[in-house]
Design a protein around this ligand. Structure first.
Ligand SMILES: C[S@@+](CC[C@H](N)C(=O)[O-])C[C@H]1O[C@@H](n2cnc3c(N)ncnc32)[C@H](O)[C@@H]1O
Length: 208
């Protein structure tokens, strides 16, 4: 585990202990909304240029259902709805992110076409997606890969910002310059069940 991740995990632990301690002293009505569990990946919003390029790469068409698994402040699904006449599903395990996403969607006038789910991306329903957007971590992509291949319909596009899917080769890779770095974006299309690839690098099954 690298230092950044160790620090992030330590931060989560300290926050959880502080929340537990604070919870004893507070009236129940003052408590923040319950968190399902700590996020698998810390929040980092994608740059606007990355958001635009992800939607282009995912070939979003009017009426498509676009998921962002770990949607943060909702910027990807909001842009899909606003700029491509799609409908969006914004899934985040952190209730603060879902509250921000709701507020941002209301500001953009697109709340009616977005479903907000404070849920775990490993258990939320995904079968009706036409495109799935991801900005996670490599091991989370790997753990999610079997769900994507088994539950998404053939032809669904999967776009990942920054991280690959291990041995599942992307069909396209583009690079976007944002915040002083060249950022890779990867595209896969869900194949028919009989053409599903088998991988040597399968991740152990994930328990939510
Ligand atoms: C790097 S941010 C990406 C935010 C947004 N997709 C974007 O591109 O701007 C990752 C997000 O995933 C969320 N997340 C992490 N683990 C999750 C899980 N198991 N289920 C749902 N959301 C999760 C975090 O709360 C965070 O908002």
């Amino acid at each position: 585990m690298n230092t950044a991740r160790r620090r992030w995990l330590a931060g989560i632990l300290v926050a959880a202990l502080a929340a537990a301690g604070a919870g004893c002293a507070e009236e129940p009505s003052n408590r923040p909304p319950p968190t399902l569990r700590a996020p698998d990946v810390p929040y980092e919003p994608a740059a606007p240029a990355v958001v635009n390029e992800m939607l282009k790469l995912g070939r979003i068409a009017p009426g498509n259902t676009v998921y962002d698994l770990g949607c943060g402040d909702g910027r990807v699904v909001i842009a899909a709805v606003r700029d491509y006449a799609a409908r969006g599903v914004c899934v985040d395990i952190d209730p603060r992110r879902i509250a921000e996403a709701r507020a941002n969607a209301a500001k953009a006038g697109v709340s009616g076409r977005i479903e907000f789910r404070n849920e775990d991306l490993f258990t939320t329903r995904i079968a009706d997606a036409d495109a799935v957007m991801l900005f996670l971590w490599p091991e989370v992509n790997l753990a999610l890969r079997p769900r994507l291949l088994e539950e998404l319909k053939p032809g669904t596009r999967v776009v990942s910002h920054w991280h690959t899917m291990g041995a599942w080769e992307p069909e396209r890779t583009v690079h976007v310059s944002a915040r002083g770095r060249s950022r890779p974006l990867y595209l896969w299309t869900i194949p028919r069940p009989e053409a599903r690839p088998v991988f040597p690098d399968a991740a152990p099954p994930r328990r939510p």
